[in-house]
Write a protein of this length. Structure first.
Lengths: 329, 343
C-alpha cells in the first residue's frame, strides 16, 4: 500500500538569508566574510516603539513639535485619566489632530543570526548570507515572518500554570520565540501579547486560539494540528537541542528555520524525495487518528487497510486505519 | 496512446487507465495533496505524478506515455505536466442517464448547481453552530484532507452537516432517472457503511419513487472525461452499485410488492417510519403504492444492497435530526447490511 511521506524536519543547504537594518545605517562586514549568529553585522539608530493616542488625549505642557518627555513623567490626560510616559520619547501632533509619541532613537545592532558567508551587501541597508538550515514543518501558521531567539518550555501534557509563565515572561521572553509545550490556549496567547513575546510555538491549539493569533497578527505556529495533540517527539527533541539559538519563523512557507553551523549541516540526499512509498512493517508513521493524533509510532503489522502500530505510550499495537496516517521520515 | 483519467476530490483520488476497448482499470487512492503538510518537501505536481505513475504501473503502461485528462472539486489542480482539464460541472452535465449527485464533506454538487459551506469561516451550517471539537476537526481536515472519524458519532455529525446543506429545500431530481451518488464522501472506504446509505436517503426530500445507485470509484465521472476527449468507450462495462428503490411519502402508505418469483406481500406503514424490504441487486419487483396526496403508483422497481426503502417521514429534513427515526433506521440498515434481515 502506497502511503504519502511526511518529513517534519528537512535539511536545506545553500539557503540565502537576508538580514536588513530597520532604517539606513552602516554595514560592518565585507563580502566573503564568515559569520556566526551573534556577530553584529550592522548598526543604526532606530526608534523601537511608537504610540498613537486617541482623539481627546491632551498632552501635558505641550509647547513644540517633538517635545521630549522622560520615562515615568506626566505625559497628559485622557478621559480624566493621567497618562505617564512609557519610555523616553518625543511627542508630535499629526495633521488629523492625533498625538504620536515616539521612543528616542537608540543604537540598534543587527545580528547575523546564522552561520554562513556574506554573499552580497546592499550598502547601508542589508546583507545576504549563504547558510545551511534545518527546517521544521509547521502545519498551521499565521502568515507572519519573524526572527528571534528560541526559548523552549518543558513539554508538559497540560498547559503550564499561569503564574509560572508570568514570572518567566517578564524576565526573559520579550521579543523571543517561545515554544510553550504540547498545546496552547487563548489566555496564554493574551499573556504573550501583553509581555511582548516575539512568537509562540506549540504542538497544537484550538481553532479559536489560532483565530485569536491571526486576528492579532501574532507570530504563531503549531506542529501537529488543532485540538490538544502532542508535538512529535523528534521535533521536540530538536527544539530542546537548539534552545537559545536565533531562528526564523517563515509563516508564508509554514516553516521554522533553524540555522546550523557548517559542521552540523547534513548533506542532503542526492535522490529526489519520494512523495509516496510502500508501507512496510517497522516503518515510522505519524498517526492522524484519535486518541493517537500527532503521535509517532512504528508499524507492527499490516492487515488490509488496518495498520497495527506500536506507540511508546501503549503496551500493545493499536489499529490505525488508512488513510488516517502518513509515513514519517 | 493510453489515457489516464483522474478525478481529484477533496479527500481522495480516483483514476482510470484506458488502454483500449475492454482493457481498462479503475483505481482509488484515499489521499490528496496537503500544502500544509507537504509543501516544504514536494509540490502537488510531484505528488500527483507519483500517484498517477502508481496507477499506470499497475496497468502495465508508462505514465509518460499517457494522455492525462483530469477533473476535480471545485477546480482541477493546476499541475506542471501536460494535462487536459475539464471542470466538474461539465463532467456532471454530461451524465445524461442519471441524476448525478457529487458529495464531499463540504459540498453537494449536481448539474443544476452546488451547495457548499465553509466550516472554518462561518462555524455553522443551516443555523447550527459548531462545537469546539467539531471546529477543531474541520480545521484538522483542512490540514490533512483525507482524515475521517473512526467513531460513529463524529461521522454522524459530519453527515448531518452535509445533509443540512440543503436546509429546508430539496434537490430537484428527474423522476424517471436513477439518482447516482458519487464523490469523496462515498468513494473508497467502507467504514460506517450504514451511515452512507442513510445520508443518501436524507438527500432525497421530495415524495416519489426513486432508483438509487452509487459509484464508489467515481468511475462514471472518469468515463465521462474519456468521452469528452472522444476516447472510444463503447465496450466499457460500467456497473454502478445498486442501492435499491426509495419509496418516499409524507404520510402513511400501503404498498403491494410482488417479486419476480411471484411472492407478494403488503406493506402497511404509519407516518414517520423508515422501513426496508430486502430485495437483492439484479432482482426486480412490481409495486402498487397507495398514499395520501399521490395517485396510485404501479411500477417495476429494482433491488440493490438495501432493497426497497420506505420513508414515510412527514417533514423531509435532515434525517439525523429526527433522532428516533434515525436510530431505528440505523438498526434496520445495519441489519440488512449484515444479512440479519430475512431475505
Amino acid at each position: 500500500m502506497q502511503i504519502p511521506v511526511i518529513k517534519k524536519i528537512a535539511e536545506t543547504k545553500d539557503v540565502y538569508v537576508e538580514r536588513a537594518l530597520p532604517v539606513d545605517g552602516s554595514i560592518n562586514m565585507t563580502q566573503g566574510s564568515e559569520v556566526v549568529p551573534y556577530d553584529a553585522i550592522g548598526e543604526c539608530n532606530y526608534s523601537h516603539r511608537m504610540l498613537n493616542y486617541p482623539k481627546g488625549f491632551s498632552p501635558y505642557k505641550y509647547k513644540e513639535e517633538g517635545q521630549f518627555y522622560y520615562l515615568g513623567s506626566d505625559l497628559g490626560k485622557y478621559q480624566s485619566q493621567k497618562v505617564t510616559a512609557p519610555f523616553n520619547g518625543n511627542m508630535s501632533k499629526n495633521d488629523d489632530g492625533i498625538f504620536t509619541y515616539t521612543e528616542v532613537e537608540v543604537r540598534y545592532l543587527l545580528l547575523s543570526g546564522v552561520w554562513g558567508v556574506i554573499d552580497k551587501i546592499i550598502e547601508s541597508k542589508s546583507v545576504l548570507i549563504k547558510t545551511s538550515m534545518r527546517d521544521i514543518n509547521l502545519v498551521a501558521t499565521t502568515k507572519v515572518d519573524f526572527a528571534g531567539e528560541l526559548i523552549v518550555f518543558p513539554n508538559p501534557s497540560h498547559v503550564l500554570e499561569k503564574h509560572y509563565i508570568e514570572e518567566f515572561s517578564v524576565e526573559a521572553a520579550e521579543a523571543k520565540i517561545v515554544y510553550v509545550g504540547n498545546s496552547v490556549d487563548t489566555p496564554l496567547l493574551m499573556e504573550a501579547q501583553k509581555y511582548g513575546w516575539g512568537g509562540v510555538l506549540a504542538g497544537s491549539a484550538d481553532k479559536e486560539t489560532f483565530d485569536f493569533a491571526k486576528a492579532n497578527n501574532m507570530c504563531f505556529g503549531v506542529f501537529t494540528g488543532f485540538g490538544d495533540h502532542p508535538t512529535p517527539d523528534d521535533v521536540y527533541d530538536l527544539l530542546r537541542n537548539v534552545a537559545n539559538r536565533y531562528m526564523f519563523f517563515v509563516g508564508e512557507k509554514n516553516i521554522l528555520r533553524i540555522p546550523v553551523p557548517k559542521e552540523e549541516a547534513v548533506q542532503a540526499p542526492k535522490s529526489k524525495f519520494a512523495p509516496i512509498k510502500e508501507l512496510k512493517t517497522g516503518m515510522r508513521i505519524l498517526a492522524l487518528q484519535k486518541p493517537y493524533f500527532g503521535r509517532l509510532g512504528s508499524v507492527d503489522r499490516i492487515e488490509g487497510s488496518s495498520i497495527f502500530v506500536k506507540f511508546d505510550v501503549e503496551p500493545k499495537p493499536v489499529e490505525i486505519k488508512v488513510p488516517n496516517l502518513y509515513i514519517a521520515e | 496512446m493510453p489515457v489516464l483519467a483522474a478525478y481529484v476530490g477533496l479527500q481522495s483520488i480516483s483514476g482510470l487507465v484506458f488502454k483500449g476497448p475492454k482493457d481498462y482499470q479503475v483505481y482509488s487512492y484515499p489521499y490528496v495533496y496537503s500544502p500544509e503538510a507537504f509543501s516544504a518537501n514536494f509540490s502537488s505536481s510531484d505528488f500527483y505524478s507519483a500517484v498517477f505513475e502508481t496507477f499506470c504501473k499497475q496497468s502495465g503502461v508508462k505514465f509518460s506515455e499517457c494522455e492525462v485528462v483530469i477533473t476535480g472539486f471545485l477546480e482541477p489542480h493546476i499541475l506542471d505536466f501536460e494535462v487536459n482539464y475539464t471542470s466538474i460541472d461539465k463532467a456532471l452535465e454530461a451524465m445524461k442517464e442519471y441524476n448525478a449527485v457529487l458529495v464531499n464533506n463540504y459540498a453537494i454538487v449536481t448539474p443544476l448547481g452546488f451547495k457548499s459551506f465553509l466550516p472554518l469561516e462561518k462555524g455553522s451550517v443551516c443555523g447550527k453552530t459548531f462545537e469546539l471539537e467539531e471546529r477543531n476537526f474541520y480545521a484538522n481536515m483542512a490540514l490533512y484532507p483525507q482524515i475521517f472519524p473512526t467513531d460513529m458519532a463524529s461521522q454522524i455529525d459530519l453527515d448531518s452537516n452535509i445533509s443540512k446543506l440543503i436546509c429546508n429545500t430539496s434537490i430537484e431530481y428527474i423522476k424517471d432517472k436513477p439518482i447516482m451518488f458519487m464523490g469523496s464522501r462515498f468513494s473508497g472506504r467502507k467504514y460506517h457503511e450504514e451511515l452512507s446509505y442513510l445520508l443518501m436517503v436524507s438527500l432525497v426530500r421530495d415524495p416519489g419513487v426513486y432508483e438509487l445507485k452509487f459509484d464508489p470509484t467515481n468511475e462514471h465521472v472518469l468515463s465521462t472525461l474519456l468521452k469528452a476527449r472522444n476516447v472510444t468507450k463503447a465496450s466499457m462495462e460500467y456497473h454502478p452499485t445498486a442501492v435499491g428503490t426509495l419509496i418516499s411519502t409524507t404520510g402513511p402508505l400501503e404498498c403491494m410488492v410482488t417479486t419476480d418469483i411471484g411472492t407478494s406481500q403488503v406493506i402497511e406503514l404509519q407516518v414517520n417510519k423508515l422501513f426496508i424490504v430486502p430485495l437483492s441487486e439484479g432482482e426486480k419487483a412490481k409495486i402498487v403504492l397507495k398514499t395520501l396526496g399521490m395517485d396510485t403508483i404501479e411500477k417495476e422497481i429494482f433491488g440493490g444492497t438495501l432493497g426497497i426503502i420506505f420513508d414515510t417521514r412527514e417533514r423531509k429534513e435532515d434525517l439525523i435530526g429526527e433522532t428516533r427515526v434515525f436510530n431505528d433506521s440505523l438498526k434496520i440498515v445495519s441489519a440488512v447490511l449484515t444479512g440479519q434481515a430475512q431475505k
